[in-house]
Ligand binder design. Structure first.
Ligand SMILES: NC(=O)c1ccc[n+]([C@@H]2O[C@H](COP(=O)([O-])OP(=O)(O)OC[C@H]3O[C@@H](n4cnc5c(N)ncnc54)[C@H](OP(=O)(O)O)[C@@H]3O)[C@@H](O)[C@H]2O)c1
Length: 354
């Protein structure tokens, strides 16, 4: 088996790409950068997955294809509010272009999809519930990721479909290159702006630290795995929303932030009883924020546990434990609280009631 010497990484400046670069360091990493520069890559080329030949000049494309041994495709439109067209252009047409590059390079493709392709039936629209004023349309994103997976499967290119759940910060430091949806919810929780969580207490929140995601992907690349589906998820170790909120309350107490537990309720009760009285009279921006929260949390409500491949990868021989997942969330909360300046000054905490 020949060693992997040169890797093309798309989406190198993103959350997953940023965590991946150090893990791919044994190889020469060529980052395909789009709008955001990527200081840590060994080499950067400016490109666009929606443009012909990835936006590269014909000679540059050919010379890159001649030296790349593996392609890791992380570039995507990951927002839920960008609209169907841009989501499809980047996620489906962009994946077609990257698949074509992998074929030209004769290199295996590591396509970073999402575990939530398994949950499209849980979007508010699929469930037949109103989406209200939500700007978040998870169905556009999830449809595009499912179609992109199909593009990869139909191509015949040797490829691994990689499905992370929600990516959070580093398991030790909590650091992440850009805050994600779960960070947004955690921020309003720490600010006591979330009196109600539209999820039953037993629903599980599946998240994985970015360093675990990066190590798992790098392990696939360097072990030259070239087929299959890999679920980078907490699986049975995923905490319930109740445990997640308890973690936020206890981290808040350590940091001098008093966090009130939101009431956890079934979305059906929100629609039937709470919305007409409390939500409908709100000003449009507040209503939209609430409907966006409903759109995101719908993907977790009473959802089956994700499969997990962690523990079955040669360089990731153990699955995540519930304790590791909760500790990683603690690290993310502490990082978030400092970054958002939510931590009470030490002077205010000294002598504060326990
Ligand atoms: N973050 C998560 O929680 C999570 C969970 C599960 C799966 N995933 C999947 O993991 C992959 C990486 O996600 P991420 O969170 O790292 O995404 P991200 O932080 O939103 O970054 C997206 C990356 O794609 C690049 N990009 C966007 N449009 C492009 C274009 N037209 N041409 C070339 N590059 C383009 C962006 O560069 P510019 O900013 O310069 O445009 C950026 O580097 C995605 O496939 C996503 O679906 C993510």
């Amino acid at each position: 088996m020949t060693a992997v010497r040169t890797v093309l990484l798309t989406g190198a400046s993103g959350v997953v790409g940023t965590a991946l670069i150090p893990e791919l360091a044994p190889a020469h990493v060529v980052a395909l950068v789009h709008r955001t520069p990527c200081a840590d890559a060994t080499e950067s080329v400016v490109g666009d997955v929606t443009a012909p030949r990835l936006g590269l000049a014909p000679a540059d494309y050919a010379s890159l294809a001649a030296r790349v041994d593996a392609v890791v495709h992380c570039a995507a439109h990951t927002g839920f509010s960008g609209g169907r067209q841009v989501t499809e252009d980047v996620n489906i047409a962009g994946t077609e272009a990257v698949v074509a590059f992998a074929a030209d390079a004769g290199a295996p493709l590591y396509y970073v999809s999402t575990a939530f392709v398994a949950r499209t039936e849980l979007t508010r629209r699929s469930l037949g519930r109103g989406t209200g004023d939500a700007s978040a349309r998870p169905e556009d994103y999830l449809d595009s990721k499912r179609m992109a997976e199909q593009v990869v499967r139909d191509s015949g290119v040797p490829a691994v479909l990689i499905r992370p759940s929600v990516v959070i910060g580093d398991s030790q430091t909590g650091a992440i290159s850009r805050f994600q949806g779960l960070h947004g919810i955690s921020t309003v929780l720490l600010r006591n702006l979330l009196p109600l969580m539209p999820m039953p207490a037993t629903s599980r929140l599946d998240f994985v630290p970015c360093d675990v995601v990066a190590r798992a992907i790098a392990s696939l690349v360097f072990d030259r795995q070239s087929e299959g589906e890999v679920w980078i998820t907490a699986g049975r170790a995923a905490p319930t929303i109740e445990v997640t909120i308890d973690t936020a309350v206890s981290v808040g107490a350590e940091l001098g932030i008093k966090v009130n537990r939101p009431r956890m309720v079934e979305p059906e009760m929100v629609d039937r009883l709470i919305r007409p009285v409390f939500i409908d009279p709100l000003p449009p921006p507040a209503r939209r924020r609430f409907d966006d929260l409903l759109a995101m949390t719908a993907l977790f409500v009473n959802a089956p546990v994700f499969p997990s491949t962690l523990g079955q990868l040669p360089r990731q021989p153990t699955a995540l434990t519930a304790e590791q997942v909760t500790d990683a969330y603690r690290a993310s909360l502490i990082y978030l609280a400092h970054a958002k300046k939510l931590v009470a000054p030490v002077a205010a905490r000294v002598g504060a009631p326990a």
